[in-house]
Design a protein around this ligand. Structure first.
Ligand SMILES: O=C(O)CCC(=O)C(=O)O
Ligand SMILES: [Fe+2]
Length: 293
Protein backbone atom coordinates (compact mmCIF):
# COMPACT_ATOMS: atom_id res chain seq x y z
CA UNK A 1 0.00 0.00 0.00
CA UNK A 2 2.70 2.46 1.02
CA UNK A 3 4.71 1.83 -2.13
CA UNK A 4 2.45 2.32 -5.12
CA UNK A 5 3.12 6.04 -5.46
CA UNK A 6 6.77 5.55 -4.57
CA UNK A 7 7.18 2.97 -7.34
CA UNK A 8 5.56 5.33 -9.81
CA UNK A 9 7.70 8.37 -9.00
CA UNK A 10 10.84 6.24 -8.90
CA UNK A 11 10.04 4.84 -12.33
CA UNK A 12 8.84 7.93 -14.23
CA UNK A 13 9.86 10.95 -12.14
CA UNK A 14 6.27 12.07 -11.72
CA UNK A 15 2.85 10.86 -10.59
CA UNK A 16 -0.48 11.91 -12.07
CA UNK A 17 -3.36 12.01 -9.58
CA UNK A 18 -6.67 12.77 -11.25
CA UNK A 19 -9.49 14.44 -9.31
CA UNK A 20 -7.09 15.43 -6.56
CA UNK A 21 -9.28 18.49 -5.91
CA UNK A 22 -13.05 18.60 -6.04
CA UNK A 23 -14.79 20.86 -8.55
CA UNK A 24 -15.60 23.25 -5.67
CA UNK A 25 -11.99 23.38 -4.47
CA UNK A 26 -10.74 24.09 -7.99
CA UNK A 27 -13.28 26.89 -8.23
CA UNK A 28 -12.26 28.34 -4.86
CA UNK A 29 -8.55 28.40 -5.75
CA UNK A 30 -9.24 29.78 -9.21
CA UNK A 31 -11.36 32.57 -7.75
CA UNK A 32 -8.63 33.38 -5.23
CA UNK A 33 -6.08 33.45 -8.07
CA UNK A 34 -8.20 35.87 -10.06
CA UNK A 35 -8.72 38.07 -7.02
CA UNK A 36 -4.93 38.33 -6.64
CA UNK A 37 -4.79 39.98 -10.09
CA UNK A 38 -6.69 42.93 -8.69
CA UNK A 39 -4.33 43.22 -5.70
CA UNK A 40 -1.19 43.38 -7.86
CA UNK A 41 0.92 46.54 -7.53
CA UNK A 42 0.15 49.50 -9.78
CA UNK A 43 3.71 50.81 -9.76
CA UNK A 44 7.18 49.24 -9.87
CA UNK A 45 5.87 46.14 -11.58
CA UNK A 46 8.43 43.31 -11.64
CA UNK A 47 8.70 40.88 -14.58
CA UNK A 48 9.31 37.14 -14.37
CA UNK A 49 10.81 35.23 -17.28
CA UNK A 50 12.74 31.97 -17.48
CA UNK A 51 13.93 32.89 -20.97
CA UNK A 52 15.42 36.40 -20.81
CA UNK A 53 17.91 37.12 -18.06
CA UNK A 54 17.54 40.89 -18.14
CA UNK A 55 17.98 40.91 -14.41
CA UNK A 56 18.11 44.20 -12.68
CA UNK A 57 19.13 44.51 -9.09
CA UNK A 58 15.67 45.61 -7.96
CA UNK A 59 14.01 42.72 -9.77
CA UNK A 60 16.37 40.19 -8.18
CA UNK A 61 15.92 41.77 -4.77
CA UNK A 62 12.13 41.61 -5.11
CA UNK A 63 12.45 37.93 -6.02
CA UNK A 64 14.89 37.18 -3.19
CA UNK A 65 12.60 38.84 -0.66
CA UNK A 66 9.45 37.03 -1.85
CA UNK A 67 10.02 33.82 0.15
CA UNK A 68 7.73 34.78 3.01
CA UNK A 69 5.38 37.10 1.11
CA UNK A 70 2.67 37.34 -1.51
CA UNK A 71 4.66 38.94 -4.33
CA UNK A 72 3.49 39.63 -7.87
CA UNK A 73 5.49 38.81 -11.00
CA UNK A 74 4.31 40.16 -14.36
CA UNK A 75 4.62 38.72 -17.86
CA UNK A 76 7.31 40.22 -20.03
CA UNK A 77 4.81 41.42 -22.64
CA UNK A 78 2.44 42.92 -20.07
CA UNK A 79 4.48 45.92 -18.98
CA UNK A 80 5.50 48.84 -21.21
CA UNK A 81 8.77 50.83 -21.14
CA UNK A 82 7.40 53.23 -18.53
CA UNK A 83 6.04 50.51 -16.31
CA UNK A 84 2.51 50.87 -17.67
CA UNK A 85 0.21 47.89 -18.17
CA UNK A 86 -0.20 46.89 -21.82
CA UNK A 87 -2.85 44.23 -21.28
CA UNK A 88 -6.00 43.52 -19.27
CA UNK A 89 -4.94 43.25 -15.58
CA UNK A 90 -6.50 39.76 -15.46
CA UNK A 91 -3.95 38.66 -18.09
CA UNK A 92 -0.89 40.54 -16.87
CA UNK A 93 0.61 38.26 -14.23
CA UNK A 94 3.04 35.41 -14.76
CA UNK A 95 2.81 34.23 -11.16
CA UNK A 96 2.28 35.15 -7.54
CA UNK A 97 4.59 33.69 -4.89
CA UNK A 98 6.20 32.42 -2.84
CA UNK A 99 4.31 32.14 0.46
CA UNK A 100 0.65 31.71 -0.45
CA UNK A 101 0.75 28.55 1.70
CA UNK A 102 1.28 30.61 4.85
CA UNK A 103 -0.11 34.04 3.90
CA UNK A 104 -3.38 33.13 2.16
CA UNK A 105 -5.95 30.92 3.95
CA UNK A 106 -7.43 29.44 0.74
CA UNK A 107 -4.03 28.15 -0.40
CA UNK A 108 -2.97 27.22 3.13
CA UNK A 109 -6.02 24.95 3.49
CA UNK A 110 -5.18 22.87 0.39
CA UNK A 111 -1.43 22.80 1.02
CA UNK A 112 -1.83 21.46 4.56
CA UNK A 113 -4.69 19.10 3.72
CA UNK A 114 -4.66 15.44 4.68
CA UNK A 115 -4.47 14.52 1.00
CA UNK A 116 -1.09 16.23 0.70
CA UNK A 117 0.08 14.70 4.00
CA UNK A 118 -0.98 11.25 2.80
CA UNK A 119 1.07 11.54 -0.38
CA UNK A 120 4.15 12.68 1.53
CA UNK A 121 3.69 9.81 3.94
CA UNK A 122 3.41 7.35 1.07
CA UNK A 123 6.59 8.81 -0.41
CA UNK A 124 8.42 8.01 2.85
CA UNK A 125 8.85 11.52 4.18
CA UNK A 126 9.47 11.69 7.93
CA UNK A 127 9.25 15.41 8.60
CA UNK A 128 8.20 17.11 5.36
CA UNK A 129 8.13 20.90 5.18
CA UNK A 130 6.57 23.18 2.60
CA UNK A 131 9.22 25.66 1.45
CA UNK A 132 7.42 27.65 -1.26
CA UNK A 133 4.20 28.04 -3.21
CA UNK A 134 3.02 29.89 -6.29
CA UNK A 135 -0.04 30.64 -8.35
CA UNK A 136 0.88 30.29 -12.02
CA UNK A 137 -1.32 32.07 -14.61
CA UNK A 138 0.04 31.12 -18.05
CA UNK A 139 -2.31 33.59 -19.67
CA UNK A 140 -3.59 33.27 -23.28
CA UNK A 141 -1.15 34.54 -25.88
CA UNK A 142 1.10 36.23 -23.37
CA UNK A 143 1.93 33.34 -20.98
CA UNK A 144 5.61 32.64 -21.60
CA UNK A 145 7.60 29.45 -21.92
CA UNK A 146 9.06 27.78 -18.84
CA UNK A 147 12.38 26.44 -20.05
CA UNK A 148 13.39 22.83 -19.33
CA UNK A 149 14.55 22.54 -15.74
CA UNK A 150 14.73 20.41 -12.63
CA UNK A 151 13.15 21.85 -9.49
CA UNK A 152 16.21 20.67 -7.52
CA UNK A 153 18.26 23.26 -9.42
CA UNK A 154 16.40 25.90 -7.41
CA UNK A 155 15.56 24.00 -4.23
CA UNK A 156 18.55 21.80 -3.57
CA UNK A 157 18.83 19.42 -0.64
CA UNK A 158 21.47 16.83 0.03
CA UNK A 159 20.53 14.09 -0.51
CA UNK A 160 17.77 15.12 -2.90
CA UNK A 161 14.36 15.24 -1.29
CA UNK A 162 12.50 17.99 -3.15
CA UNK A 163 9.11 17.20 -4.65
CA UNK A 164 6.64 19.51 -6.34
CA UNK A 165 2.85 19.43 -6.16
CA UNK A 166 1.48 21.02 -9.32
CA UNK A 167 -2.30 21.27 -9.42
CA UNK A 168 -4.14 22.14 -12.64
CA UNK A 169 -6.95 24.65 -12.07
CA UNK A 170 -7.89 24.57 -15.76
CA UNK A 171 -7.74 21.83 -18.38
CA UNK A 172 -4.24 21.62 -19.84
CA UNK A 173 -3.29 20.69 -23.39
CA UNK A 174 -0.51 21.29 -25.93
CA UNK A 175 -2.04 24.56 -27.12
CA UNK A 176 -2.25 26.23 -23.72
CA UNK A 177 1.16 24.99 -22.57
CA UNK A 178 0.67 21.85 -20.48
CA UNK A 179 3.60 20.43 -18.52
CA UNK A 180 5.97 18.21 -20.49
CA UNK A 181 8.37 15.69 -18.91
CA UNK A 182 11.38 13.65 -19.90
CA UNK A 183 10.32 10.33 -18.40
CA UNK A 184 13.05 8.78 -16.26
CA UNK A 185 15.22 11.92 -16.33
CA UNK A 186 15.19 12.07 -12.52
CA UNK A 187 17.66 9.18 -12.54
CA UNK A 188 20.48 11.32 -13.94
CA UNK A 189 21.28 13.60 -10.99
CA UNK A 190 21.05 17.39 -10.79
CA UNK A 191 22.29 18.91 -14.05
CA UNK A 192 22.93 22.45 -12.83
CA UNK A 193 22.14 24.68 -9.91
CA UNK A 194 20.78 28.19 -9.52
CA UNK A 195 22.61 29.71 -6.59
CA UNK A 196 23.31 32.89 -4.70
CA UNK A 197 26.31 34.65 -6.17
CA UNK A 198 29.13 34.61 -3.62
CA UNK A 199 30.85 37.62 -5.19
CA UNK A 200 29.63 40.48 -3.06
CA UNK A 201 29.94 43.32 -5.54
CA UNK A 202 28.67 41.35 -8.54
CA UNK A 203 25.84 42.71 -10.66
CA UNK A 204 23.89 39.48 -10.57
CA UNK A 205 22.77 38.25 -7.17
CA UNK A 206 21.69 34.86 -8.54
CA UNK A 207 23.57 32.75 -11.08
CA UNK A 208 23.58 29.31 -12.69
CA UNK A 209 26.67 27.25 -11.89
CA UNK A 210 26.65 25.65 -15.35
CA UNK A 211 25.22 26.44 -18.76
CA UNK A 212 21.85 25.06 -19.80
CA UNK A 213 21.92 21.42 -20.90
CA UNK A 214 20.33 20.68 -24.25
CA UNK A 215 17.33 18.37 -24.06
CA UNK A 216 15.93 17.22 -27.41
CA UNK A 217 12.29 18.15 -27.97
CA UNK A 218 11.56 14.56 -28.98
CA UNK A 219 12.41 13.35 -25.46
CA UNK A 220 9.50 15.25 -23.85
CA UNK A 221 6.09 13.72 -23.14
CA UNK A 222 3.26 16.28 -22.83
CA UNK A 223 0.83 15.61 -20.01
CA UNK A 224 -2.65 16.67 -21.01
CA UNK A 225 -4.58 16.75 -17.76
CA UNK A 226 -8.00 17.92 -16.57
CA UNK A 227 -8.50 20.59 -13.97
CA UNK A 228 -8.29 19.21 -10.45
CA UNK A 229 -5.42 16.87 -11.41
CA UNK A 230 -2.28 16.97 -9.30
CA UNK A 231 1.09 16.12 -10.83
CA UNK A 232 3.65 15.20 -8.18
CA UNK A 233 7.10 16.05 -9.53
CA UNK A 234 10.38 14.42 -8.48
CA UNK A 235 12.92 17.19 -7.83
CA UNK A 236 15.31 15.83 -10.46
CA UNK A 237 12.70 15.28 -13.19
CA UNK A 238 13.33 17.47 -16.24
CA UNK A 239 10.15 19.30 -17.23
CA UNK A 240 9.05 22.39 -19.12
CA UNK A 241 6.03 24.13 -20.57
CA UNK A 242 5.71 25.91 -23.90
CA UNK A 243 4.13 29.35 -24.35
CA UNK A 244 0.37 29.54 -24.18
CA UNK A 245 -0.64 29.79 -27.83
CA UNK A 246 -4.36 29.36 -27.14
CA UNK A 247 -7.21 31.71 -26.31
CA UNK A 248 -7.58 30.19 -22.83
CA UNK A 249 -5.57 30.67 -19.67
CA UNK A 250 -3.90 27.72 -17.93
CA UNK A 251 -3.94 28.49 -14.21
CA UNK A 252 -2.17 26.19 -11.74
CA UNK A 253 -1.27 26.17 -8.07
CA UNK A 254 2.13 24.67 -7.22
CA UNK A 255 4.13 24.18 -4.06
CA UNK A 256 7.29 22.36 -3.08
CA UNK A 257 8.07 20.03 -0.20
CA UNK A 258 11.43 19.00 1.28
CA UNK A 259 12.51 16.52 3.94
CA UNK A 260 13.88 18.13 7.08
CA UNK A 261 15.01 14.96 8.88
CA UNK A 262 17.06 11.88 8.00
CA UNK A 263 20.17 14.09 7.85
CA UNK A 264 18.84 15.92 4.83
CA UNK A 265 20.56 19.29 4.46
CA UNK A 266 18.88 22.30 2.87
CA UNK A 267 21.49 24.16 0.81
CA UNK A 268 22.47 27.61 2.00
CA UNK A 269 23.24 28.47 -1.63
CA UNK A 270 19.54 28.22 -2.57
CA UNK A 271 17.86 31.52 -3.43
CA UNK A 272 15.10 30.68 -0.96
CA UNK A 273 16.12 30.69 2.69
CA UNK A 274 13.89 30.33 5.73
CA UNK A 275 13.54 33.56 7.67
CA UNK A 276 15.27 33.62 11.06
CA UNK A 277 12.98 32.14 13.74
CA UNK A 278 10.50 31.17 11.03
CA UNK A 279 11.41 27.71 9.73
CA UNK A 280 9.57 26.18 6.77
CA UNK A 281 6.20 24.89 8.08
CA UNK A 282 5.98 21.16 8.71
CA UNK A 283 3.26 18.91 7.25
CA UNK A 284 3.72 16.19 9.89
CA UNK A 285 6.37 14.60 11.99
CA UNK A 286 6.97 10.88 12.57
CA UNK A 287 8.40 10.87 16.07
CA UNK A 288 8.33 7.14 16.48
CA UNK A 289 9.45 5.48 13.26
CA UNK A 290 7.34 2.37 13.95
CA UNK A 291 4.28 4.54 14.18
CA UNK A 292 4.87 5.71 10.62
CA UNK A 293 5.30 2.34 8.93
O1 LIG B 1 3.46 25.73 -14.69
C1 LIG B 1 4.47 25.66 -15.40
O2 LIG B 1 4.43 25.88 -16.59
C2 LIG B 1 5.79 25.25 -14.80
C3 LIG B 1 5.69 24.96 -13.35
C4 LIG B 1 6.89 24.30 -12.77
O3 LIG B 1 7.88 24.10 -13.39
C5 LIG B 1 6.84 23.84 -11.36
O4 LIG B 1 5.83 24.08 -10.67
O5 LIG B 1 7.81 23.23 -10.90
FE1 LIG C 1 9.36 23.15 -12.19
Amino acid sequence: MRNTLLDEINENGFIIIEEFLTVEEVEELYRAGRALCMDAPQANRKIFSTVNASDTHSKETYFLESGDKVSYFFEEGAVGPNGELLVNPMHALNKVGHALHTEHPTFEKITFSNRVREICWQLNFNRPAVCQSMYIYKNPGIGGEVIPHQDSSFIYTEPNSTIGFWIALEDCNLQNGCLQFIKGSHKSGVHRRYIRNKENDANELLIYDRSAPIYPQSSFTPLKVSKGTCIVIHGNAVHKSEPNRSQQSRHAYAFHVIETENNVKYSQDNWLQPIKDKPFPILFECKDKNECD
